[in-house]
Each structure stands twice: as structure tokens, then as C-alpha cells.
Design a protein around this ligand. Structure first.
Ligand SMILES: NC(=O)c1ccc[n+]([C@@H]2O[C@H](COP(=O)([O-])OP(=O)(O)OC[C@H]3O[C@@H](n4cnc5c(N)ncnc54)[C@H](OP(=O)(O)O)[C@@H]3O)[C@@H](O)[C@H]2O)c1
Length: 303
């Protein structure tokens, strides 16, 4: 039986992973989160531990007791502007925490899955493939690249998955771009979004599916996972209003300069996922397909 730990189980990607794994009978799951989780158990055997990612000793004790073969690390300080001002927290969650897990994984021969970001690139020539050289321009990107490097140099068996602009139903940490647009549009508030920031938004269900396949095949290495549509934040916001029957005229195109965001943003970011798609035989969703799936999940949860 596979014994899998999901670290940061209260987050966005974790929520899609839990949804995927809870239906698998041959999986034992340990969900570790600083938050109180309520998980509808399906077929999988599920344990929950309430531990903060700042409590490294608590984490290691829970891991030792559970004896996993796989750790999936979804912990990350993902607030890009927050990372610019609270660099100590960014270091702890994006560098020291994965470093601690990697050392643990190396010692006990555990496979580690870790998520990183297209923000390791400078955004001058995206979308990027796995062979291109990172050059982060903000602290979030720098700390995430340092986290990747800490894992690589630990010598543990690891799959590092870079992704971008993740959306999908669930996860209590913070709202994603889709939830933000829905909230504003539902209250008839204008939505100012960057027309010059490009990415390929990624449906969290696709990330969960790809992760599970990498785990099953014990595939190590670096993989990019991004959705099928490369578009601006403005275009994505328009698609969200259409997918949720909200008012597209509320979406206002602005430049990144006008938004006065604290951290500089890579403008032509995004990821080329051909390697992952070819190896796994998966085609990642475009925005209309992903948003339709998001809406179905949202509606079935509110029923
Ligand atoms: N979301 C995206 O658009 C995106 C894009 C590219 C890469 N990624 C990467 O994918 C991974 C997962 O992303 P996600 O969107 O699922 O993350 P998330 O929901 O923002 O956060 C994941 C978990 O990290 C912990 N965490 C976050 N902020 C914290 C804070 N201030 N203090 C303490 N713990 C904190 C929480 O763990 P607990 O459950 O223990 O509270 C949270 O559930 C991250 O490594 C991220 O860098 C995400």
C-alpha cells in the first residue's frame, strides 16, 4: 500500500490532491495542516495531523510515526507581494521547509514531490520549458528557486513540478484569481486586471492527476505543468465572467505599471508542458474547460 503524506493539506493544490486520492482504496494518506480540516473520507485510509509548517520538529515526528513512501509538499508562501516584505517567512516556508523535508526524504528513502513556479523566470521570453535558465526578478521567485536548489542538492529522490496561476475549487488558504474575479463581479465592483501579464492558467485537478501519475511511476526530475491557453490576466478575467454568467464589462484592462504591485512581475511568464504531457499522455485543460469544471465542483459543493 502506498503511504502518502500531503504537507500543507489546507491549500489550493492540496485540496485537488485530496479529492483525487480519497477515492483510491490502495492509498493511506496523512494530511498535515496548520488548519482544522474537515475531509469527507472516501475509500482511502486517511489520518489528519494538525501541525504548523513552522514547527519542523512536530512535522518530523509525525512523518517518523507515519512512515510514508511519498511526501507531497504543497506548503509555500504564495503571496508574491507578501514575500517581498516578509522575506524571513518566505525563507522559512519556501526554502528551509522543503530543505528539511528533502533531508528527511534522503535519510529515510522517501520520494518527495515539490511544487515551484514560473516566477523563477524573468518573464522576458515566456512561456518557458524545463531547459531554460531561471532568473527570478522578485523575492517569491528567488525563494522558490532556492527551495528547488535545496532539494536538488540534498540528493533525495524528487519530482519538482513548476506550475502557474493555479485555479480550482477548494482550499482555505487564500482566494485564487478566479474567486477574486467572481467576488468582485458578483458585487458589481470593477475589476482592474493587467493586460500585459501573460501566463497559462492551470486547473488544479490537472495538477493533481499529473502528480498522482508521477508518483505512481516514481518519475523524478523537473517538469512544467501549465494549461493549454496562453493569455493575459485581462483575457482570463473576461473568460471567468463569461464562464460564471457575470458581467464582462466590469473587467478593466490596465498596465502592470498602473497596478503599483509591491513585487515586480514577470510579464511574459508561463510554462511549456510538452514534456509532462508526452510522458504522462495527458493534455492539460484550456481555460474554458477548466473553468467549466471549476463551476461544476462549486455547484455540487453548494447543493
Ligand atoms: N497557486 C498558484 O497559482 C501557484 C502557482 C505556481 C506555483 N505554486 C506553488 O504550488 C504550491 C502550492 O500552491 P497553493 O496555491 O496550493 O498554496 P496555498 O494554498 O497558498 O498554500 C499552501 C499551504 O502553505 C501553507 N501556508 C501558506 N501561507 C502560509 C503562511 N503565511 N503561514 C503558514 N503557512 C502558510 C499552508 O499550509 P497549512 O495547510 O498547513 O496551513 C497552506 O495551506 C506552492 O509551493 C506554490 O509556490 C502555486
Amino acid at each position: 500500500m502506498q503511504r502518502i503524506v500531503i504537507a500543507g493539506a489546507g491549500g489550493k493544490i492540496a485540496s485537488a490532491l485530496i479529492e483525487h486520492y480519497r477515492r483510491q482504496s490502495r492509498i493511506a494518506l496523512l494530511l498535515v495542516s496548520s488548519k482544522e480540516l474537515s475531509v469527507h473520507t472516501g475509500v482511502a485510509h486517511i489520518e489528519i495531523a494538525n501541525i504548523s509548517p513552522l514547527d519542523f520538529d512536530g512535522y518530523k515526528a509525525a512523518l517518523k510515526a507515519f512512515k510514508p513512501n511519498v511526501i507531497i509538499n504543497t506548503i509555500g508562501y504564495t503571496d508574491v507581494d507578501g514575500c517581498e516584505t516578509d522575506r524571513a517567512l518566505a525563507q522559512l516556508l519556501n526554502v528551509r521547509f522543503p530543505e528539511m523535508l528533502a533531508r528527511f526524504a534522503r535519510t529515510f528513502d522517501i520520494h518527495l514531490v515539490h511544487y515551484s513556479t514560473d516566477y523563477v523566470f524573468d518573464g522576458s521570453a515566456g512561456p518557458y520549458d524545463e531547459t531554460q535558465i531561471p532568473n527570478p526578478i522578485n523575492y517569491y521567485g528567488k525563494s522558490k528557486l532556492a527551495g528547488e536548489n535545496a532539494i536538488r542538492s540534498s540528493g533525495c529522490s524528487a519530482t519538482i513540478i513548476r506550475t502557474n496561476v493555479v485555479y480550482g475549487f477548494g482550499g482555505a488558504s487564500k482566494s485564487d484569481f478566479v474567486e477574486w474575479v467572481i467576488r468582485l463581479a458578483s458585487a458589481n465592483i470593477p475589476i482592474r486586471t493587467a493586460m500585459d501579464q501573460f501566463s497559462n492558467p492551470t486547473y488544479s485537478g490537472d495538477i493533481a492527476l499529473a502528480t498522482a501519475q508521477f508518483v505512481e511511476r516514481r518519475r523524478s526530475g523537473l517538469y512544467h505543468i501549465g494549461g493549454a491557453d496562453y493569455c493575459s490576466r485581462y483575457d482570463f478575467a473576461l473568460a471567468i465572467t463569461r464562464a460564471f454568467d457575470l458581467r464582462p464589462d466590469l473587467v478593466e484592462p490596465v498596465t502592470t505599471h498602473e497596478l503599483e504591485q509591491k513585487a515586480p512581475r514577470p510579464l511574459r511568464a508561463g510554462l511549456i508542458s510538452l514534456l509532462a504531457e508526452a510522458e504522462l499522455g495527458i493534455r492539460f485543460s484550456g481555460i474554458n474547460e477548466g473553468l467549466a469544471a471549476y463551476r461544476r465542483e462549486m455547484e455540487s459543493n453548494h447543493r
